[in-house]
Ligand binder design. Structure first.
Ligand code: ASP
Ligand code: MG
Length: 434
């Protein structure tokens, strides 16, 4: 008998029928003899609809009240799910985040979990009940107010519950089969991964993969939680996300995993694409100490999150250089404005703002042990006549910025070049992974 935490995203509980289907899945797990704790998101697009309503009554809704409003979405789905389970003859109890002991910081809309005190959940489990917890929300001890964890926060709720309760596995259910070598909507020959390291998953998520949220993966890695990302719509195994020292449980269950044993770590595990960024180039910056500091002090003041930074060795003009960086598209306008206002002070010549860019990232823990990994990437792009705008690397990742229109073709070409293509086209869902 195991303790299993299951998280169901909004697309898995979008209407009454789906809620009943999820209830059945939970009951099946219970029938197999396991203790079950469920974290659930708001139904379908509820959170977006509530946000919309808020914006109709107030251009800038009060953060405390916004959290009161948004947290109600998960209260609806948790109660309905518990009812559905009851009517199938099983005991279920739903709990809000604060009842579940999700203690957070006081930052409305972006609260972080600081402690989990699941006293009531334990009591309910001891009574033999299935426990349902509202995802995405918590409670701050000082303000005594309800908080939310930020969009997509239910993944983090699930992982935090799994850590606090010492669960055997945290199953994250969505409308896709697991983690793929690339987004199947972009690369039709993408393959589902049986397993991925938490480290690789963090790089993939940070660079555009949307199936799991970064904060949930970070939390899992820090607390040693085993994540199994899988689909609500099939009973197939999904992808296990393994932290350091963890093994795929299927390897010890005697399943045929011969492909996993003795196999060398692949050099490249997956590819992520990201269209959310823009590029800003500051052209003709005086090549003297302090220029970069002046530019990025201004950028930081706008609160922008900078991703890649590239400085040219030399500009067309002697004594000058170009500094380019990428950042989220919505933040680029403010940054350009802030820089333009200080043009004289910094002494640069002009600014180029381009939001028709896309980032392609190649991720693999095996990169550490291999050289020449980037050559495959550059050759594949060159064969397809795709120009590279910027390059950056980490220990286990190489990213390039290309024109937005080239991004899909680039992803397919690079996926093939690293030998990641499967034999058949992946089932392409309208799904979002939520
Ligand atoms: N309902 C929240 C959202 O849509 C939390 C979640 O889905 O995880 O962002
Ligand atoms: Mg949602």
């Amino acid at each position: 008998m195991a303790l299993i935490v299951q998280k169901f995203g909004g697309s898995s509980v979008a209407d009454a029928e789906s809620i009943k289907r999820v209830a059945k899945r939970i009951v099946d797990t219970r029938r197999a003899g396991h203790d079950v704790v469920v974290a659930v998101s708001a139904m379908g697009d509820t959170t977006d609809e509530l946000l919309d309503l808020a914006n109709q009554v107030a251009p800038v809704p009060a953060p405390r009240e916004l959290d009161m409003l948004l947290s109600s979405g998960e209260r609806i789905s948790m109660a309905l799910l518990a009812m559905a389970i009851h009517s199938m003859g099983y005991e279920a109890r739903s709990f809000t985040g604060s009842q579940a002991g999700m203690i957070t910081t006081a930052d409305h809309g972006a609260a972080r979990i600081v402690d989990v005190t699941p006293v009531r959940l334990r009591a309910a489990l001891d009574d033999g009940a299935i426990v349902i917890v509202a995802g995405f929300q918590g409670f701050n001890r000082d303000t005594r107010d309800i908080t939310t964890l930020g969009r997509g926060g239910s993944d983090t709720t699930a992982v935090a519950l799994a850590a606090a309760l010492g669960a055997d596995v945290c199953e994250i259910y969505s409308d896709v089969d697991g983690i793929f070598t690339a987004d199947p909507r972009v690369v039709p020959l993408a393959r589902k991964l049986d397993r991925v390291s938490a480290e690789e998953m963090l790089e993939l998520a940070a660079n555009g993969a949307k199936v799991l949220y970064i904060r949930a993966v970070e939390y899992a890695r820090r607390h040693g939680v085993l994540i199994h990302a899988r689909s609500t719509f099939t009973s197939n195994d999904g992808t296990y996300v393994l932290g350091e020292g963890m093994t795929d449980p299927r390897l010890t269950e005697g399943a045929d995993m011969s492909d996993a044993i003795g196999m060398e770590e692949p050099v490249v595990t997956g590819i992520a694409t990201d269209r959310s960024q823009a590029k800003v180039a500051v052209v003709g910056v005086p090549d003297v100490p302090g220029s970069a500091a002046a530019i990025f002090t201004l950028v930081a003041k706008t609160g922008a999150n900078i991703d890649m930074i590239v400085q040219n060795a030399q500009s067309a003009q002697a004594g000058r250089t170009d500094i380019s960086f990428t950042l989220p598209k919505q933040q680029a306008v403010d940054v350009v404005k802030a820089l333009a206002a200080e043009r004289e002070a910094i002494g640069y010549e002009s600014i180029v703002h381009d939001d028709q860019v896309g980032k392609l990232s190649v991720v693999g823990a095996g990169m550490r042990a291999h050289s020449g990994v980037s050559v495959t990437l550059f050759e594949a792009l060159s064969k397809h006549g795709i120009n590279i705008d910027m390059i950056s690397t980490s220990e286990i990742r190489i990213s390039v910025v290309v024109g937005e229109n080239d991004l899909d073709e680039a992803a397919r070409a690079v996926h093939a070049a690293y030998g990641l293509d499967g034999d058949i086209e992946a089932t392409v869902y309208a799904g979002t992974g939520r």
